[in-house]
Ligand binder design. Structure first.
Ligand SMILES: [Zn+2]
Length: 235
């Protein structure tokens, strides 16, 4: 993964098999605190016009037009939708595209954004513990025949203290928790390996620790913005 910057917008970019993915930071937008500054999430208390401008800036920085970017209402589920869709915003936590020209985006602020690519396209998924436990990575891998994946910034094992229910969901995995501290990126890596995806790169950045770079739902007690993961099929 490499750092990129354009017009003040800064992001991490990953090269996958036949596809690309980008993970935004909070830098380069117009929103005021506590949404400063590149908040991409409308379902916050931020100003709608500011969020729309931020979305426009992120798309342009990536060389996309805003209408190429598609998203859904995320519900911590495991459903994937395939684009192009008709009108409307679906409920889904994962997206699949098979051809260039459409770039699905998911919103995060501690959950992991994960891009998977293979011969049948690219998937972009929202992977919090519920989605991971429910099998969203296996679903994404299956949909595109994934051979490579990129795990974006999310909450790290340094900051993610969880309860019994969450620990229990991953009791079949080795070495993913120390006490109550869960290593969500490691959970994702192991679940990707189980799904046959061996070529995996990880941002290894904790959204809660890296306050200058990322929004964190847990650190900011819910009043914060959203960064994004976005993916596309290469021309
Ligand atoms: Zn941390």
């Amino acid at each position: 993964m490499e750092w990129r910057e354009r017009d003040g917008v800064r992001w991490l970019e990953a090269e996958l098999d036949g596809a690309g993915a980008a993970f935004s930071t909070r830098l380069g937008g117009v929103s005021e605190p506590p949404f400063d500054s590149l908040n991409l999430g409308l379902l916050t208390e931020d100003e709608e016009e500011a969020v729309k401008e931020n979305r426009r800036r992120f798309a342009i920085a990536l060389g996309l037009t805003p209408d190429q970017v598609v998203f859904a209402r995320q519900v911590h589920g495991t459903d994937l939708v395939e684009h192009p869709l008709g009108k409307g915003v679906p409920e889904a936590d994962g997206h699949v595209v098979r051809t260039p020209g459409t770039a699905p985006l998911i919103f995060v602020a501690d959950c992991l954004p994960v891009a998977l690519s293979g011969p049948r396209g690219v998937a972009m998924v929202h992977a919090g513990w519920r989605g991971l436990a429910g099998g969203i990575l296996a679903g994404g891998a299956e949909a595109v025949g994934a051979t490579s994946a990129a795990i974006g910034p999310g909450i790290g094992p340094c900051c993610y203290e969880v309860g019994e229910e969450v620990l229990g969901a991953f009791s079949g995995l080795e070495g993913v928790a120390k006490g109550r501290m869960l290593d969500l990126p490691e959970v994702a890596r192991q679940l990707l390996a189980r799904a046959g995806v061996e070529q995996v790169e990880s941002a290894c950045l904790c959204t809660s620790c890296e306050e200058e770079l990322f929004f964190s739902h847990r650190r900011d007690r819910g009043r914060t913005g959203r960064q994004a993961g976005i993916a596309w099929v290469e021309d």
